[in-house]
Design a protein around this ligand. Structure first.
Ligand code: XMP
Length: 509
């Protein structure tokens, strides 16, 4: 099997790079630059991609790699920081005195070349950089530029070294996939033979043997990852799989019962639902700081889980719905922390298990979805919009109370209903309401009101790394606003969030 190494220098979009390569049926793995030696790279990969990263190559503390990598005769594609590093290693000059900082969608002018083969001379790319290549290294030719960046791409065909200042892996770059495909197939000569189709079948067989007569506990959240995993392991070990579903009270309206009934009644899984609503609420009382909320929820989740585990007696293994992006996040502390994500990745590993089982750990979300479908997971779960581990807690700005939770759940239900009625649920990737911690003055009947404000958030995205706000038609916005203010006591104002990511994030906290 041909493999591509994505050499990680700490960029925000690194997992996307691997995902794009895999979508071309070529296996890609991401390894941090300081965890792999030249010896380990040699003869193992058909191509290498240097990723982006937040540093400046001229800084003495910035991540670098052994120059000998350029002489392995393995094609290299450098992206953003990776491009600057490649140029630097090839004795070019990098400067931070850019005429203008380039950020976001930018017009790219490219020339026909090996890497840009089949790409129109003018196209749109996604830029995000301060530094730029000032002096092109010897042996390289310039293959693209923008209005503010004279050297937006370079290539050295003889040494098979290529670099692009922009990000071909994000969907905003119009011909990004074409460029990656040119690199993978025309330059690295990879064979597209990596498929996940029989992953579920072979995993079930594997775990049937390996886990015979063993007891396994799994934290089930109702998201696609842990749900697909529950069905997979259920097929392998049946009732020896114990699924634990913690209801922390921060789930959407109706969600707790839906998930529990589905797995208990439809799939007949061995499932325990823990009612931890009061516990979480009391721990969160008076907490307003978003990071603190996230940490409390993560910690409390572990406590609850530990207690359930102890009450069950001897359990051999812990299984987690960890997927590839989770591993990359936890294994790499170089990219800047935007939000500390809580999910099942944070479960206790030191509570007497013989081991951890993470069958999905090399898969991306879209690959897990395919497996879910194969295992007859309802489409509603397979394609459900993502829901953050800390749940509604990060959608209530300020402290969390039962009253606010009720307002948020009710307004979110109205939004979801109207999205469904108007088919907007097919267009938007994620949509929800947020309860703000400001009161404002309104008028109802002839009286003054002083009520809560609800914000509508809806984004469209492929990868959740970048997102654009959904253009909801005015009439639908009006219906949503009218319904929320009419049907929910204490809400007298509805606003619509029209920021993309970046600069905002999808969730408000
Ligand atoms: P942001 O807000 O960072 O969110 O733009 C990107 C995507 O991640 C989801 N999200 C989380 N998912 N645990 C999760 O499993 C978390 O702590 C968490 N926080 C945000 C968010 O809903 C969006 O889909």
């Amino acid at each position: 099997m041909d493999k591509i190494l994505v050499l990680d220098f700490g960029g925000q979009y690194n997992e996307l790079i691997a995902r794009r390569v895999r979508s071309l049926n070529v296996y890609a793995e991401i390894i941090s630059y300081d965890r792999i030696t030249i010896e380990e790279i040699k003869d193992k990969y058909k191509g290498i991609i240097f990723t982006g990263g937040p540093n400046s190559v001229n800084d003495s503390t910035s991540p670098h790699y052994n120059d000998a990598i350029l002489d392995l005769n393995i094609p290299i594609l450098g992206i953003c920081y990776g491009y600057q590093l490649l140029a630097y290693m090839s004795h070019g000059k990098i400067s931070n005195k850019a005429l203008k900082r380039e950020y976001g969608k930018t017009t790219l002018y490219s020339t026909n070349s090996t890497l840009f083969n089949g790409i129109p001379e003018t196209s749109i790319c996604w830029m995000s950089h301060n530094d730029f290549v000032e002096k092109v290294p010897h042996g390289f030719k310039v293959t693209a530029k923008t209005d503010n960046c004279e050297v937006a791409a370079i290539e050295n065909n003889e040494k098979k070294l290529f670099g692009v200042q922009f990000h071909p892996e994000v969907t905003h770059t119009e011909y990004g996939m074409k460029l990656i495909s040119n690199f993978i197939f025309n330059i690295c000569n990879c064979t597209p033979d990596w498929k996940i189709d029989d992953f579920a079948k072979s995993s079930i067989e594997k775990y049937k043997k390996e886990l015979e007569n063993k007891k396994v506990i799994l934290a089930l959240s109702g998201g696609v990852d842990s749900s697909a995993l529950a069905l997979l392991l259920n097929k392998a070990i049946g009732k020896n799989l114990i699924c634990v579903f913690v209801d922390h009270g921060l789930l959407r309206k109706g969600e707790s019962d839906y998930v529990y009934n589905l797995f208990k009644n439809k799939f007949d899984l061995n499932i325990i639902r823990v009612d931890a609503r009061e516990r979480f609420l009391s721990k969160l009382k008076g907490i307003t700081n978003p990071e603190e909320k996230r940490k409390i929820i993560g910690k409390e989740f572990i406590e609850v889980f530990k207690e359930v585990k102890n009450s069950l007696g001897e359990i051999d293994y812990l299984s987690q719905g960890t997927i590839y992006p989770d591993i990359i996040e936890s294994g790499n502390n170089k990219s800047a922390v935007i939000k500390s994500h809580h999910n099942v990745g944070g479960l206790p590993k030191d509570t007497g298990f013989k081991g951890i089982i993470e069958p999905l750990k090399y898969l991306f979300k879209d690959e897990v979805r395919k497996i879910g479908l194969e295992l007859n997971l309802p489409e509603e779960i397979v394609y459900r919009q993502p829901f953050p581990g800390p749940g509604l807690a990060v959608r209530i700005i300020g402290d969390i109370t039962e009253e606010k939770l009720k307002i948020l759940k009710d307004s979110d239900e109205i939004l979801r209903e109207e999205f469904k009625n108007n088919n907007l649920d097919k267009i938007a990737s994620q949509y929800f309401t947020v309860l703000l911690n400001t009161h404002s003055v309104g008028v109802m009947g002839d009286s003054r009101t002083y009520g809560y404000t609800v914000a509508i958030r809806s984004v469209t995205t492929d990868d959740f790394m970048t997102a654009t706000w959904t253009k909801i038609p005015y009439e639908i916005l009006e219906t949503i606003s009218t319904r929320i203010t009419n049907e929910i006591k204490d809400v007298n104002r509805v606003v619509y969030d029209i920021t993309s990511k970046p600069p905002a994030t999808v969730e408000w906290e």
